[in-house]
Design a protein. Structure first.
Length: 656
């Protein structure tokens, strides 16, 4: 193994075949069927995607060429014309799905509503006409800063309908973060609400918009469209701010979908780089529509009778691809929930599953670890027997959390799809197809058909079985990002130059470490920026953390390296304990020993620190960069604006 790769130390041998009755009814029914699809797609990716594009989507005009690849710039379905809002709405209206539930919405205070496809179509058309009246034209960027209410999806679909790219900014972001993103995107208009409910309190969204726009700090924004939700009373600036319920009065619900070029920009979504300003990830229309459509259909194995629930926020790519576009393009019933598990009702997710008979449930490892901590008596008190499929996304899931999810939430009968992907990839890349691919706890299993993944060293050579290396994609796919908004050069540097092209082949660099086992299963080991080098061994954080979390006293763990004269680095573990465990020196020794037993002496943390909470981003990822500074006794520097709770950092600094 070369210096530049990563060593893999964790062994996990459990495997779960798809239940026979699940496979029988699945879209993809067996491993053989998956492998045939995969091989066919690999032999001729263009033919594979073209066939699906023809079968699964409606086009106003067919493309001339399937793929134009001028590395690193790809165009899919060149000169094809379509509209994703049409594919998500209009085309269902001429079928029996016309009066099927498209969106089921549950608000945090307990209010709820349902939109059929016909109703949603009307709302979207009216909304689109209001945007036009406010001067929004094809090509104008629209900012969306909304709570998780149906109007957030309506706003996205309305923008798509008239060809105005949206940029959704997560409602938890501050006024400054909002301002920077609106400026970068040169947004013409902002759609927001007075506020939204989250964890029993009102998030004052309109107030943040006012701060972001104060003193014309975003000169391009002419109007703000405000949806009424929380009714706490907000400032409305004359001429600039408008209530949606006022402007919609008397507005026509007839608004034909604009024919868009396949490569017209659908949206910009900002994702934080490890350093520097956020990157505006650009996705376009045709390829993204097809890719989210196909992954939703096969990975969630959708059936028309399903109630499907993805717990993400529309402010993240998961909300774009798997609450709105993928499910609606398939004519599915997508459930949207406003809030988050909250002190007044920590079991509220299980209430929602019972109330609506949810069949498919898609959430994040950070949420699963919080469920474990809250206790299994909560889900046990509800009827979860409607569930037939579970999913996870966002981080590597440690095998113990996977097992808990499988046993307690899935009742041992539901396959789990552990989906590895990124804002940049648009949709699932490594994932089980649940009727076909046996699962292994902690592995995202195998590539989606049409995805040519690999684990390589920095020269682009495939590494051996079970050797760690860099996760890379060797061929374009329809859902891939097209560029960084306004910065082609950053796009090239960030994703295409870490591994230089080899024999004319380009490598998309995902920034994650991984290994492939003897069955061709991928095990993602975390961000390569987080790799710890101990005495010449390069260890991924995921495996050491998994070993720690497999100890019954540990709820959550994050490990980082601290510079050490002798070993290069010493491992420092930050740990939150299970609710009823008391911290002690003896426990620290026991945990060190536990990692020694699970992995080996090399991975034993030199130092353990207990803490009530770990610093996380608003999407629930642990910010190891901050922990690295703390472990080294340095001031925390760099961008901390994506931190969910700043007080966590102060507590850690005080050495709790
Ligand atoms: C990064 C992308 C994709 C939607 C949500 C996050 C990590 C994501 C998994 C998984 C291991 C995962 C990776 C990836 N990640 N899913 N199933 N197993 N790691 O989107 O914010 O763009 O983050 O999340 O490190 O690179 P994102």
């Amino acid at each position: 193994m070369t210096e530049a790769t990563i060593e893999s130390v964790l062994q996990e041998n459990r495997s779960f075949p798809p239940p026979a009755e699940f496979s029988q009814q699945a879209h993809i029914k067996s491993l053989e069927e998956y492998e045939q699809l995969y091989d066919r797609a690999k032999a001729d990716p263009e033919a594979f995607w073209a066939e699906l594009a023809e079968q699964e989507l409606d086009w106003f005009q067919k493309w001339d060429r399937v793929l134009d690849w001028q590395p690193p710039f790809a165009q899919w379905f060149v000169n094809g014309k379509l509209n994703i809002s049409y594919n998500c709405l209009d085309r269902h209206l001429t079928t029996w799905r016309r009066n099927k539930a498209a969106l089921i919405w549950e608000g945090e205070p307990g209010d709820s509503c349902t939109y059929t496809y016909a109703q949603l179509h009307r709302e979207v058309c009216q909304f689109a006409n209001v945007l036009k009246q406010l001067g929004v034209q094809k090509g104008d960027v629209v900012g969306i800063y909304m709570p998780m209410i149906p109007e957030a999806a309506v706003a996205m679909l309305a923008c798509a309908r008239i060809g105005a790219p949206h940029t959704v900014v997560f409602g938890g972001f501050s006024a400054e973060a909002l301002r920077d993103r609106l400026n970068d995107g040169k947004a013409k208009l902002v759609i927001t609400a007075d506020g939204g409910w989250r964890k029993d309190t009102i998030v004052p969204l309109k107030e943040q918009v006012d701060k972001a726009l104060a003193e014309k700090a975003v000169p391009t924004v002419a109007h703000v469209l405000v949806v009424e939700r929380t009714k706490q009373g907000v400032h409305m600036e004359a001429g600039r701010d408008h209530w949606w319920h006022d402007l919609r009065q008397g507005v026509s619900a007839d608004c034909p979908a604009e024919p868009m070029d396949s490569e017209d920009m659908l949206f910009i979504l900002y994702t934080s780089g490890s350093t520097g300003k956020p990157k505006g990830v650009v996705h376009t229309t045709g390829g993204y529509n097809l890719y989210t459509h196909m992954t939703t259909k096969w990975v969630f194995d959708l059936r028309d009778t399903d109630v499907y629930w993805c717990t993400a926020d529309v402010g993240w790519i998961t909300g774009h691809s798997y609450i709105v576009y993928g499910p609606l393009s398939n004519g599915a019933t997508s459930l949207m929930y406003e809030g988050a598990p909250r002190p007044s009702n920590p079991g509220c997710f299980w209430d929602v599953i019972e109330k609506y008979g949810v069949n498919i449930f898609y959430t994040a490892p950070t949420a699963i670890r919080a469920f474990i901590k809250a206790g299994e008596h909560l889900p046990k008190a509800r009827d979860l027997s409607s569930l037939r499929l579970l999913g996870t996304v966002g981080e590597p899931i440690n095998p113990e959390a996977w097992m808990w999810y499988h046993r307690v939430i899935g009742g041992g009968r539901c396959p789990i799809v552990d989906t590895w992907w990124q804002t940049e990839t648009g949709g699932h890349m490594l994932t089980p197809l649940p009727g076909a691919i046996p699962t292994k706890p902690g592995s995202a299993t195998r590539p989606f058909p049409g995805i040519l993944a690999d684990v390589v060293d920095l020269e682009g050579n495939s590494v051996g079985t079970n050797e760690g290396g860099y996760l890379a994609i060797r061929y374009p796919w329809p859902g891939m990002m097209r560029t960084v908004y306004g910065d082609d050069d950053r796009f090239r540097r960030t994703y295409w130059e870490h591994i230089p092209p080899k024999d004319g082949q380009y490598f998309y660099f995902a920034g994650d470490g991984a290994r492939k086992d003897a069955d061709g299963y991928y095990w993602v080991m975390g961000r390569v920026d987080d790799v710890i080098n101990v005495a010449g061994h390069r260890l991924g954080t995921m495996e050491i953390e998994s070993a720690l979390v497999s100890h019954p006293a540990v709820a959550e763990a994050a490990v980082v390296g601290k510079p050490d004269d002798l070993k290069g680095n010493e491992i420092v573990a930050f740990i939150t304990l299970d609710g009823n465990v008391t911290p002690s020196e003896a426990l620290k020794a026991e945990l060190r020993q536990h990692v020694g037993n699970e992995i080996g002496a090399i991975a034993r943390p030199g130092e353990i620190r207990f803490s009530d909470a770990l610093p996380k981003t608003r999407s629930g990822k642990i910010m190891r960069r901050l922990l690295r500074s703390l472990a080294a006794g340095q001031e925390v520097s760099g961008d901390t604006s994506t931190l969910e709770d700043r007080s966590v950092l102060d507590k850690l600094r005080e050495g709790v």
